[in-house]
Ligand binder design. Sequence first.
Ligand code: FAQ
Length: 311
Amino acid sequence: REAAGKAYFDRIISEDSRIEPRDWMPEAYRKTLLRQISQHAHSEIIGMQPEANWITRAPSLKRKSILMAKVQDEAGHGLYLYSAAETLGQTRDKMMEDLIAGKARYSSIFNYPAISWADMGAIGWLVDGAAICNQVPLCRASFGPYGRAMVRICKEESFHQRQGFEILLELSNGTPEQKQMAQEAVNRWYAPSLMMFGPPDDDSPNSKQSMAWNIKRFSNDELRSRFVGMMVEQVKVLGLTLPDKDIRFNEETKKWEHGPLDWNEFKEVLAGRGPCNSQRIERRREAHENGAWVREAAVAYARKQAQKEHA
Ligand code: FAQ
């Protein structure tokens, strides 16, 4: 049976078709998907924090309601992704336990502080922009539940990016102080957003196999370069600049190039020593503990319903 399963798996991958949860899959395929999808889910949930931090201080009722909707969307993205990860045989409780124990990874970007209102613009424009660039190809990931979750998530991320762009555009066309605030936010989030694509290709242990399995479609550096090419045009419309004097289009390779990134800083953030790592985990732990009564009530309700059905 295992040989037939493997033949089926190999054929599906070579036809660029989809593997579903009940299909046979190599253990390493299951593990790497669980790794990537759970990290992605955690990123969405931890990613709520830098923006939730500004909901009470949004400059108008309109901005407040838009920001609340965005943060709620991120919770929703986390839930789709935890559900996709659960189809690979891991419980959501275990994933959450690992996250609050500090054992699970989530995107480096959410360990940086959001210190001004303009950061809401820069997060939407740069962070959601990078997320879209990375995630559109994942809509074609070979694992069905992940690819399908990505389609919905990418649609919502596009709205998120536009709202961030619009915040920056308005600040950039405002007073000189507002324009400066927008520029400073772009300066702060630019390099961390490039690091969201992961380590350089020659230091990316998972890429090759993930690409062979049609999970990832492009390498980390390839997507980073595409992202720089998109941002370099959009920043002109904003009337701002990117803090990178080395950006250029290489006519020979037909790729965008950027200046050096501080990969030591990236490693520090991954090792838990970024500016906000401990605060983010602490906040998640508190929220989880505060939500215990909701989980208990849901279990009690489900039990009652089941008893009624049996009665
Ligand atoms: N941060 O061999 P690779 C969002 C880890 S968007 C932390 O290259 P891979 C939306 C990597 O896990 C953000 N860790 O790995 C939003 C691996 O460690 P491991 C989430 C990173 O998997 C916007 C090691 O380094 N998006 O949330 C990072 O082939 C605004 C070696 O790396 C996704 O997760 C990093 N930046 O490629 C929400 C997208 N980069 O597991 C709120 C899906 C690498 O071996 C507000 N994920 N690592 O211990 C992916 O596309 C891939 O997993 C990559 C990494 C590209 C992130």
